[in-house]
Design a protein around this ligand. Structure first.
Ligand code: TMP
Length: 212
């Protein structure tokens, strides 16, 4: 195993509603791939460490108000500001496990009533994931898990709409995983699929751009 410096890393994205388990599964995947000797990093969007990320964070915690279009473009800008580093990492052999990506951008904004095509437009040209996991959970079940904080979108009514928008958005390539299974079962399923994907990328699967 291990990774040779000629081969590229994989772009692996986890999507799902708030409280679907993305964050714990992302860190388990990181540990798993590291254990196999792969070069791997865990990323998340929004990346709150940048200036744009701080504007997003302030919006999410209701400390500032922004027009729906404006916050949509900030989420997108937050991915664009990381695009070149993302490409460099992938091309130099590092696999990226990414907790939320463009699909969150489209699902959450279209749940507010913005048009799908309008939401997708600023995402065009970002790197396309090699693998997308959708941690599938009913909004009611996610809400029962508790831990909904005070952030803007953490309300059942809104999560129901987001869930519907994700249904429209996903395509046949997504791996839909039942997020109500025991954590270890989910982990096992992700491990198998991620390994296949990492291998395919090592063997030269080309990097692509959204939406393709
Ligand atoms: P987080 O809880 O995963 O940090 O995400 C914060 C919230 O931001 C979450 O409710 C999903 C939402 N979101 C968007 O609305 N658009 C986006 O592009 C992203 C990445 C997240």
């Amino acid at each position: 195993s291990g990774c040779n410096s000629e081969s590229r890393g994989a772009l692996v994205v986890l999507e799902g509603l708030d409280r679907s388990g993305k964050t714990s599964q992302s860190s388990r995947l990181l540990t798993y791939l590291e254990g196999l000797g792969h070069s791997v990093e865990l990323w998340r969007f929004p990346d709150r460490s940048t200036n744009v990320g701080q504007m997003i964070s302030s919006y999410l915690s209701n400390k500032s108000q922004l027009d729906d279009h404006t916050i949509h473009l900030l989420f997108s800008a937050n991915r664009w500001e990381k695009r070149s580093l993302m490409e460099t990492k992938l091309k130099t052999g590092t696999t990226l496990i990414v907790d939320r990506y463009s699909y969150s951008g489209v699902a959450f904004s279209s749940a507010k009533g913005l048009g799908d095509e309008w939401c997708k437009a600023p995402e065009i040209g970002l790197l396309a994931p090699d693998l997308v996991f959708y941690l599938d959970i009913q909004p009611e079940k996610a809400a029962e898990r508790g831990g909904y904080g005070d952030e803007k979108y953490e309300r059942l009514e809104f999560q129901r709409k987001v869930s519907q928008c994700y249904q429209v958005l996903h395509d046949a390539s997504w791996k839909i995983v039942d997020a109500c299974q025991p954590i270890e079962d989910i982990e096992k399923q992700l491990q198998e699929l991620v390994l296949e994907c990492v291998m395919a990328c090592q063997k030269g699967k080309p990097l692509a751009n959204l939406w393709s």
